[in-house]
Design a protein around this ligand. Sequence first.
Ligand SMILES: [Zn+2]
Ligand SMILES: [Zn+2]
Ligand SMILES: [Zn+2]
Ligand SMILES: [Zn+2]
Ligand SMILES: [Zn+2]
Ligand SMILES: [Zn+2]
Ligand SMILES: [Zn+2]
Length: 1726
Amino acid sequence: MAAAESDREVPSALCTEFLNFSVKDTASKWLQVTDLYKEVYHHLARYVPKIYCLGPNLNPQSEDLLAQMLLQAPLEWYLCGEDPSTGLAKLEQNNQPSQLCGHVFKVGEPTYSCRECAADPTCVLCMQCFLGSVHKEHRYRMTTSGGGGFCDCGDTEAWKKGPYCQKHEPNISDSCHEDPLAHLSTDMIARCYNVFSIVLKYAVDMLTWDKEDELPPGLEPPDRSDSYYCMLFNDEVHTYEQVIYTLQKAVNCTQKEAVSFATTVDRDGRKSVRFGDFAFCELAKSVIVRNTSRQSKPLRVQVMHSSVVAHQCFALKALHWLGHVIGYSDALRRILCQVGLERGPEGENSSLVDTLMLCDSKMWKGARNVYHQLFMSSLLMDLKYKKLFAIQFAKARMLITEENLMTTIIRTFVDHLRHRDLQGRFQFERYTAQQAFKFRRVQSLIGDLKYVLISRPTEWSDQLREKFLEGLDTFLELLKCMQGMDPVVRQVGQHIEMEPEWEAAFTLQMKLTHIISMIQEWCATDERVLIEAYKKCLTALTHCHSGFADGEQPITLSMCGHSVDTIRYCVSQEKVSIHLPVSRLLAGLHVLLSKMEVAYRFPEQLPLSELSPPMLIEHPLRCLVLCAQVHAGMWRRNGFSLVNQVVHSVLWLQIYYYHNVKCRVEMFDKDLIMLQAGASMMDPNHFLMIVLSRFELYHIFSSADCRKRYNRETANKDVVQQNNTLTEEMLHLIMMVVGERFEAGIGQVEGCDEIKREILHQLCIRPMAHSELVKALPENENKETGMERVIDCVASFKKPGVTGRGLYELRPECAKQFNLYFHHYSRADQSKAEEAQRKLKRQNGEDTALPPPVLPPFCPLFASLVNILQCDVLLGMLGAVLQWAVEPSAGHWSESMLQRVLHLIGMALLEERQQLENSSEDNDFNFTLKMSRPGEAPSNTASVLALLENLQNAPHLEVHKDMIRWLLKTEAGIKTLRERSASTSTVTASGSRGQEETACDKDKAERKRKAEMARLRREKVMAQMSEMQRHFINENKELFQQSLEELDASTSTSLEHSPTSSDAALVCVGPRRSRPREKRQVVTCILCQEEQEIRADGKAMVLAAFVQRSTVMSKNRKRPPHDPKRYDPLFMHPDLSFGTHTGSCGHIMHSHCWQRYSEAVQAKEQRRQQRLRVHTSYDVGNGEFLCPLCECLSNTVIPLLPRTKGSSSCEQPGLGQWLKTSGQQIKAMHSAHRKLQPVSTVEETVEEECPAPEVFTVNYIPTNPYSSTIKEMLTTFGTATYKVGLKVHPNEQDPRIPIMCWGSCAYTIQSIERLLVDEKKPLFGSLPCRQDECLSSLARFGSACWTAACQPTVQGHFIRLVAALIPDPLVEASPCILDVDMLHLLVSVVLSYGSVHSQDSSGLSVDAVQLHLFHLITVAHMVQILLTSGPEEVTMEQESGEAERGEEEGACRLYNTLRTHVGSSLPEVGSGWHLWRCVKTGILPYLRGAALFFHHLNGVPAPPELHALCPGQWEVLCGYLSLPSNLLQLFHSQQELLEPLLHGWCTHPGVQQTLQGGGVLVSFPRESNSLIDLPDDYSALINQASSFTCPKSGGDKSRAPTLCLVCGSMLCSQSYCCQTELEGEDVGACTAHTFACGAGVGIFLRVRESQVLFLAGKTKGCFYAPPYLDDYGETDQGLRRGNPLHLCHERYRKIQKLWRQHSITEEIGHAQEANQTLVGIDWQHL
Ligand SMILES: [Zn+2]
Ligand SMILES: [Zn+2]
Ligand SMILES: [Zn+2]
Ligand SMILES: [Zn+2]
Ligand SMILES: [Zn+2]
Ligand SMILES: [Zn+2]
Ligand SMILES: [Zn+2]
């Protein structure tokens, strides 16, 4: 590589230059010259290429140093006119810090916005300012920053209230706004100005430079080398993997390098991937382009000359430098602002700042970041320029008036959408990725427009009006292009012209929704603007309609004596479009005319006479008819070709969006309003006939004998069905036109009534959580629904429990406002709400009619709409439907049709009643009159009223009876009301009241009767339920019996008194132990349902179990993992750093049933994996399976063994005797074992053959008491525990198998003991059966497992275990007692003794040996506690009673004995009280663990006192364990025998070493581990995470900071940078961490997502609800809602409990079974 060699020479050449360079001289020269610009450029041209970019590997440190010396220093010198170190210091003295906070947000940092006070949602505060502001008491929104924004604290324009936090509160005294430049000399100002303009121009030139091989004039290097860079740029098309792959091919680098390249490209936006001569770089470029151009656009690559890259590097540096220099002085900052915003020679928009912003999208990310940063530290920190800058950057009105921004943006926007059809409407190609790309640009334009419109003007200037209306003109041009776009035609044939393309149009519509709403809001603030806008909009609409109806022959419709002309048009045959933005905008403005009363005050200015109501309603009506037809299935009917299916489903989607909460405000809602507007200006009969005609139902209702139509028309069932649905939809539409009055301007309502009604109707469906409601309500451009203001009027809040979320329930008094035909209900919502409301009424004992609610009156502009209800055409239609219902023989009508008709009649009656009650004489609304009028000749049809009365008794209309009754009652009421007002005062008020009263009484009686019936019905249901329950128990007798028996085994046996020692206290260990009554133990197999007795020689029964490694109780997470091959697990260290836990769901099976089951599962899974390549929640290859009954994750089974029979107690030896005997036995075993060993390894010893004592038969091989299946299961469980516990491959011969099983027994006991303490539960009787069962089988298994192993091996374990307490010269390297966990020792030694006892013929009973071992270990534990007790605490010593004196004295004596052995490393402790307290609290967990152990091993019931948390536990516990309650007596009564042992323990070198700080010193009692403390306020966590940097990529922000809840480590998760290799696989930081911290199990909090993550192993994981809730009792996973979140302690405790009881893996299993998509996630990469 020639290039590389020459690289090295250049710096040395530079060295000489550097030595000869004088900063001062250069600066002095500059001070002299006339053309400074040329001089500086010349300087840069000479030096920059010599400093930067000299080779493939950049060396930023030396580059920066050189740049500082050669480039920046002369600039600074020139600027100050003296040595900068003094000059800058002077400037700094006069510096006035800015009152703006301007804190720039890091990625992921929390930001706060006040929903009440922020001028717009982009105004945010940093955490520090927020906490010091008034807004923290307001309703605020919290989000995490995407990086790059800044804090608006101190900006009075950003906040309506409280613009300053405490820290930035201006000081009144120095608030005299002095010009910052006042302190500077004119010379200084001039120099400063010069430097800044040159440097900024240079930087802008270079950063916006796009030539690859040339430089701007004046910067050409004196000597050009042939050195180039191949520069790779970031794009949004290619994935990380594609880039990495391509780079490996193109530039021949390793995967690691490629990853690093790709990471930098992603972060900085570009990265040079090759350096060399031109050809060399071109080659790489062509390979990259070729490799990436196949599927998509190729990656962007440029071959750039090194001098260009060099100048760009320095340009960035120069911007940094500017930012640095203005930090010294507000004056310099002010000058830089001036320089930046100064208009350039090209006139408008040519300042340097403009140039940068205009080129923003062309720059690479790294460059953009740097200049944004400079803007923020300069322009945005200077109050004066912040405002000036805002003009450039954006801010409402000023922009519109001075920059005419609205017009500009929309023009650009329209330019972007070039494809039009013949009518000039937008036409979209297929919505491809490329189009999506183009749309992104359009989208950002919409964003700009939104920004411009976001703050509505409070006062208008003429200029603003003019510019706004000009903008509106352009906007209408845009809308015109959308009006009628994407039309659809119902396909009749099979052929289809083009694939339906709707997404683009809808996307555009959706994006514009808020803009359209905002424009209306602007219009609503000024009458003149509104009038002008209305005119313009109407003109636009007229323009759209030109050509409409041309050449069409009008047709005449006539019905019920009315007739109207209309055009011939069929939705089902001609083009129809769902996009009508111009009509809809006009509808919106029309409502404003009414709302602002412009329509009444300035009617002369409005073109109302130009309106043609039929034209206004035409297109919206077509659109609504289209929806109805699609509902009716009309667009699906023709053929079953795929294409038709597609057309149909596409239409469904569009109609879905049309009604959806995201779009409906500017689509469906406005179409309805337009119908209301049009209808209000028409004869209602005409309106209805046109509606009928468009629904294509006119022919049905128009004929004279329409009431009999179905007798004749039975031709096509489909057609009948369709017509029924259409009729229903049409009736619904009429209801909506007359009934939807909740928008201010249509009805006489307040602004908040609308939202109240929305919420009310949502809650009528069911109680809902806050987030559900938010989703169901339309949001404005600020993402606000306005719900908080009104929610309390309609709902009450119910707090959540430990699970679930808080719910809002409808206030009962609001139910009467329920409208079954609420216009925003979908059909599904409607039927749910109907059901819920009927149920509610039944519960209250009311009738089930759901009459329409009373409505607010219309505004005058819309008032005539009520006449629709009493017009002849409607009455004709109502009568027809009722008539069909009376004669349902043909069945060609529907109940929903009738229901709607009844509802309409109800609406009409209520309208009449209200008008009667409210208004004076002059109302002509008289529905009651019309409904009682029979039809005219010749048909002479029955009146509506008569039909209703008739229907009341129809047997087939049971459901509607209540409603019909209500209608008739209301009608009667109105009649009396009318009569009364007609005869004014002739009828006395009291008379009518009397009438009402009787009606009322009748009503009451009726209601009572119904309530009674409801009660009876409830009782019947209850009886049925309990009958069903009984039946269920009978059916599943066996199941229930089994669980009852289990219950029996664990509780009743433990409560029953031992018959042998009837009154004696219960004792669980030793020769005095109580003998429980022998009892047959019978269990049922969950698989074959057969009963089986547990017997040693019987069929094996097994318990499904899950064995896992655990660090839950670890006191030392730093201990490195053991080498599984060499690790000797015989002794557990008291830090419990790793353990093996065994759990079980408690379900019992035959071993052979289980084997058959798991073989079947295995075979099935293998087939499934081959076929589908899916994973399951459990790893079959690893022996995992789900319990067949409860689906609990299991990985092995424990055999159930019978209780060991205690031998009858004869006289037993004392401690001395036993020590002697056991010493002899051990010796005998030693020699026997030595003989077994191969000769070569036997050491040449002179030791004499030790004769076996006569009490011990070394060669005796005991008979194995167990059946073959039990033996097999002993091996199964042993091997599984060994495999999981040590993470090794199974090996049945490994001598460590029994050790692992004993260890698991001890560890599980300890963890359960802890759990009981933590949960404040008694030691016995509170565990679920499954845990009792599990512990019993573990203990019994432990005592039997030696039979499945090699006996001498187990004896060897026993010998080594004993040697830890009783010195044995033949055992090497016994641990010191400070390194031994005593419960583990106790369990192991007791359980291993079986192997020795089987050869013992001395008559020594197991019980006696257990007791001696137990006592010995207890003494050792006391010594351990005293050695580690630590110094006295400064607590008040309590007066101790007489009884305790003995203990205290004993403790002192023992302690002093220890001190004589250990010496000075043990501090002097004077207080016996303290020592005894240490012993007592320290040893309690051990004693409790021992009690659990012996209870389960020996099956002795526990004394009742231990079943509760009553005082005096200590004595009972000691009694149960056959211990004196003064434990020190154990030592003092056998002092002579124990003293030598004590000496041995204390003088072990390990003890000295540990006490002097050489090892891990664990003191007792060990506290339970907890999950880490979390802050109450979630933003504290976000803040903590935002300052967390990836530990591997040098200060970069981590994308997914994740907190380990076990140890508190923050990790950089889900990212390439922090992947490590674990067991040959790449894993993410979390998975790697779990292996060190949690033995494979991890609990994390993903801070950005606010989500708890559970991990187990490499393949298992699930997300879990975080313990943080908002005020509505909901979590916010993904932090989308932004409500403040606070810690819920209950939920956190629940997670902690899952962890402490080792249920994390089980929880994951359940989650994965419930949600299969969780299985597919690559958990190991998190
Ligand atoms: Zn701030
Ligand atoms: Zn502040
Ligand atoms: Zn506020
Ligand atoms: Zn079975
Ligand atoms: Zn189970
Ligand atoms: Zn951790
Ligand atoms: Zn990282």
